[in-house]
Design a binder for this molecule. Sequence first.
Ligand SMILES: NC(=O)c1ccc[n+]([C@@H]2O[C@H](COP(=O)([O-])OP(=O)(O)OC[C@H]3O[C@@H](n4cnc5c(N)ncnc54)[C@H](OP(=O)(O)O)[C@@H]3O)[C@@H](O)[C@H]2O)c1
Length: 457
Amino acid sequence: MSPTIFVIFGITGDLSLRKLLPSLLNLYVNKKLPQKFAIVGFSRRTFTREEFREHIRENMKVKPGEYREEDVKHFLDHMYYEQGHFDGRESYANLSGRLKLIDDGFHQCSNKLFHLAVAPSFYETILTHLSNSGLTIPCGGNEGWTRVLVEKPFGHNIDTAKKLDKKLGELFDESQIFRIDHYLAKEALQNIMAFRFSNSLFEPLWNSKHIDVVHIKLLEKNGIEGRGGFYDDIGALRDVGQNHILQMLAVVAMEPPKVFDAPSIRKERAKVLNKMRVVNEKKIKDFVTRGQYDGYVNEKGVKRNTQTETYFRIESYVDTPRFKNVPFFLESGKSLSENKSEIDIYFKNSSDLEKQNVLTFRIQPDEGIKIRFWVKTPGFDMKIEQKNLKFKYADSSSLQILPDAYERVLFDAIMGDQTLFASTDEVLAAWKFITPIIDTWNKVPLTIYKKGADNVV
Ligand SMILES: NC(=O)c1ccc[n+]([C@@H]2O[C@H](COP(=O)([O-])OP(=O)(O)OC[C@H]3O[C@@H](n4cnc5c(N)ncnc54)[C@H](OP(=O)(O)O)[C@@H]3O)[C@@H](O)[C@H]2O)c1
């Protein structure tokens, strides 16, 4: 791997401290980073280099004793800080000077990975400044590529997503843009594709003739955890529906790609999302439920008269020949009774509707696969009872070390593999489905549910 510099905008933020830096540390310890690498953090606060490293060491979310002290120290030795403002031209000139110094130390023009771990409202400003300052220009030849990583939510609706995409397209080639949806990088989600296309037992049944209904759930015990200012402008549907939940749907409903490479897989996922039936405005009440947990209005940073949803449930349809008229129920909420992210596929049983086979993909926690089937209860009577076949990653010794999704994201970005990143077509197709719902669902009354509720509907 050639020398690489990670430039992280928003280095003191929650995402950097909780996900990006611990993932980079783990990649470093497992020797999955280039030998010559550096991390340059950018944010507003003033630190000396030493204060900065100390701040990161104290605030980076790693368990005490998880890593050897000397490994952490050596990792921190690769870190630099650049104080600045996202809208300050001078800050980018300073950043450019810093990157040049590091390159001089490497005796080579290095790869640059710009990670925008910042609120989406800053994307355009940062990207424009990056481009104007010449920082995104690769070194030339095969040396020193430049790539940019952006977080979800990508845009606020279809119009803003298109605008942002246009901006990105003016500044970068699609091969340089890595739109993160870390759900795609979850091992259990990747396994759905492997499971579907490698098991001849299931693939022939993967259609509307045999599948009755699909439930996709992302349920959380936590509320908004002090992030009211951010969340209240976004709500559950934009926060996880437009991205994670629709990506789960895409891997369940996609056609087998011609070849298993990034462009073909991304194309098939986008095709499915483009085939989602737009929810009819007049019938929105029949297809959509939105809810808010009791007490949300009193959370810090939330508007007192807020109508933002912390829960949604949508009955959706994918109009492809394979899945025509199979309902896909998409559900997510905060402050519920359990943490669970899973996909349940119910198979038809024409002789006994009560006794369906159900295939469950558990994404988190307890990643695994479960099949519900029916057997005779031992004894003289012909009674039938339910049993489960289960596979848990945790029980499988060869699979015990599941890479964290962010580690995978960062590693793939260095390797230039875009399979587990959302393409422009996927993002826009997802907004095409979500935007009409957001635009009209004020017609659907907000259901107030108790914190810790099992069910909202
Ligand atoms: N947090 C998560 O778990 C999570 C998960 C997935 C995606 N995301 C996405 O990741 C992005 C970042 O979220 P976050 O929770 O990490 O945000 P955050 O905690 O609010 O962090 C914001 C960062 O941006 C810096 N900053 C803000 N305004 C600035 C300015 N004008 N100039 C320079 N630096 C400035 C802050 O630096 P100072 O400390 O100097 O103010 C801080 O480092 C968002 O797009 C979010 O949607 C977050």
